[in-house]
Design a binder for this molecule. Structure first.
Ligand code: HEC
Length: 218
């Protein structure tokens, strides 16, 4: 019995050694290719969802790689990706950062859009409530992101229309347009960058967060 156990143990040891000698990178690449093929085969394009959904950009590739994304030495890679995302932000035409907070409220509280069954011409929701508290009166909200209750008030924003005087206004636009510009592997979707929300819709959501008259800032 003892001998058998020892045999099993040494066989296992040999297997580990062999695995160590084989080229792990080639094996990883093979496994990755099989995994990608499996995902592709089981994914279907329909309505607003196309196969392009499976193509990852540089940021997504980096953040999906468990080794790269947590390794300390990748701080420079993170910074480079943040810069790439920051440079891609489209700032609002004519410096008009704010729209109507009422329209912004419906957008922030809607999680509709971009699934197989959604009509492509239908406007998407911002889905903000799914991760953030927005209003004390909400029946439910997610907690993946920080509470946005009193967002503008807590930051002392008094004149959000004057973006030059209020740096937080520009940051908030940038964060909503492309959250990964400020945190490479943020869990927050890139609403403008990925075409989830239009410029006008983001102006409305901005007003919800920053307009002193918005229920968020009462
Ligand atoms: C899937 C979850 C998720 C969704 C959906 C989401 N966010 Fe976020 N958001 C986060 C997380 C997590 C953070 C904080 C971490 C980070 O991004 O750096 C954050 C941060 C923020 C910040 C910065 C807060 C600060 O104090 O600096 C703002 C502003 C914001 N979100 C607004 C929005 C708005 C508006 C929407 C809807 C258009 C939205 N978020 C949708 C997860 C989400």
């Amino acid at each position: 019995m003892k001998n058998t156990t020892m045999f099993v143990m040494s066989a296992a040891g040999a297997a580990v050694l062999l695995a160590g000698c084989a080229t792990p990178n080639a094996r990883d690449a093979q496994l990755q290719a099989r995994f990608d093929a499996m995902v592709k085969a089981s994914f279907q394009a329909n309505g607003p969802v196309t196969m392009a959904r499976l193509d990852q950009d540089d940021t997504q590739k980096f953040c999906s790689d468990p080794v790269l994304a947590v390794a300390k030495e990748t701080a420079a890679a993170r910074a480079a990706l943040e810069k790439q995302n920051l440079d891609s932000i489209k700032w609002p035409a004519g410096g008009k950062f704010l729209g109507d907070w009422k329209a912004g409220e419906s957008i922030a509280q809607s999680g509709r859009g971009m699934t197989w069954t959604d009509a492509p011409e239908q406007a998407n929701g911002g889905n903000c409530y799914n991760c953030h508290q927005i209003d004390k009166k909400e029946i439910s909200h997610g907690t993946i992101g920080p509470s946005l209750w009193n967002y503008g008030k807590l930051r002392g924003v008094t004149d959000p229309a004057s973006a030059a005087a209020e740096p937080i206004v520009k940051y908030t636009w940038g964060k909503i347009w492309n959250a990964k510009a400020y945190n490479a592997c943020s869990n927050m979707p890139r609403a403008g960058h990925m075409g989830i929300l239009t410029e006008a819709q983001i102006q409305h959501v901005m007003a919800l967060l920053l307009d002193p008259k918005s229920p968020v800032n009462q």
